[in-house]
Write a protein that binds this ligand. Structure first.
Ligand code: SAM
Ligand code: SF4
Length: 346
């Protein structure tokens, strides 16, 4: 990452929303396409994908990041769909990491393509990865991550580690009746490895099969500390310096790794939410569990002079921050219907 611009350094922190939260973290979905199609995220056949021309280009993504830095955003994450299926993903990383004021650039990935890409991405300025893996059983994994192959994902994790994309954080989405019996085995990885194994509560999104699976199975699907302690013994809390960390962090005393419990449904962290999301088709999505969004693509593609266009993008982003809601309404049966998870980015 290049040294910070003096003008950026002088600026105050990120914009504050109407609930007093500082929003300085942008999660950028670079594609809605994916090579795996997990049951709760993306349909197996005929997913409604954005037209190629509708997806933001590397230059447009770079423009949004510059505008975001200008209004005080500091942390950025690339996601999808699967970000590594995009052919220009290394170029996108390179462009973002070269922007002064970008303090952190991470990626959420299924790691299938990481054996080839981990080192080029690290060289392009990517700092860390979260790797999605729902099972340690080669047989069980494809029941959830449908086109997934455990050995390829493990090879991808090894490549990320070798490239220094650390700390490695593993995302495990817990689905009742599919992998909930494996929670203790997955947590036990932290006894041997300096990995963060994070159990994520299933969220209902979309209006079809994925949402149905999620709505049916998120009920009483909570991974509790007690359940892990039954197998691994007493856990101790791990202090975090990141006030917006959505994870309750625990460890087996003396273990190198960390166990994280992320419970957006049963234990929402809306009060400390610092995120804005950009979809691959150029909309700011204000909250994962709601449908509110704001178009920025039209501004990016307008014929206006660059300075005017950038000003417009900054205004739309600040409007998105001001409009950010708080609290989900799942208990009232309301959830995100307009988009599935692969269309927002998690
Ligand atoms: N393809 C990458 C991956 O799988 O990590 C990045 C995109 S994926 C949408 C981002 C994260 O969303 C995944 O790591 C997974 O943990 C999470 N996810 C997907 N669908 C979910 C759901 N219905 N509920 C909770 N988490 C979900
Ligand atoms: Fe693909 Fe990630 Fe969604 Fe699974 S969770 S279908 S890997 S985008």
């Amino acid at each position: 990452m290049t040294s910070p611009r003096p003008d950026v350094e002088r600026r105050t922190a990120g914009p504050v929303d109407s609930f007093g939260r500082t929003i300085d973290y942008l999660r950028i979905s670079v594609t809605d396409r994916c090579n795996l199609r997990c049951v709760y995220c993306m349909p197996l056949s005929a997913p409604d994908l954005a037209e190629h021309e509708g997806i933001l280009t590397a230059t447009e993504i770079e423009s949004v990041v510059r505008s975001a830095v200008d209004v005080g955003f500091r942390k950025f994450r690339l996601t999808g769909g699967e970000p590594t299926v995009r052919r220009d993903i290394v170029d996108i990383c390179q462009r973002i990491s070269a922007i002064s004021g970008v303090d952190d650039l991470a990626m959420t990935t299924n790691a299938v393509r990481m054996p080839e890409l981990a080192q080029p991405l690290a060289d392009a300025g990517l700092r860390r990865v979260n790797v999605h893996v729902d099972s340690l059983s080669a047989l069980a994994l494809p029941r959830i991550m449908r086109r997934g192959d455990l050995n390829r994902i493990l090879a991808g994790i090894a490549a990320c580690e070798a490239a220094g994309l650390t700390p490695i954080k593993l995302n495990v989405v817990v689905v009742k009746g599919m992998n909930d019996e494996e929670v203790a085995d997955l947590a036990a990885l932290t006894l041997e490895r300096p990995w963060h194994v994070r159990f994520i509560e299933l969220m209902p999104l979309g209006s079809s099969e994925e949402a149905r699976i999620s709505v049916v199975r998120y009920v009483s699907n909570v991974v509790t500390r007690e359940r892990i302690e039954e197998r691994l013994g007493a856990l101790e809390p791990v202090a975090t310096t990141n006030a917006s960390d959505e994870s309750q962090n625990l460890r087996v005393p003396g273990a190198p790794g960390v166990i994280g419990l992320i419970s957006p449904v049963s234990r929402p962290y809306c009060g400390s939410c610092n995120r804005m999301r950009l979809t691959a088709d150029g909309r700011f999505h204000l909250c994962l569990l709601r449908d509110d969004d704001l178009d920025v693509r039209a501004a990016l593609r307008s014929e206006a002079p660059a300075t005017e266009r950038d000003q417009r993008v900054r205004e739309i982003l600040l409007r998105a921050v001001t409009g950010k809601p708080t609290g989900h309404r799942l208990e009232a049966g309301l959830h995100t219907r307009g988009r599935r998870m692969h269309q927002i980015g998690g």
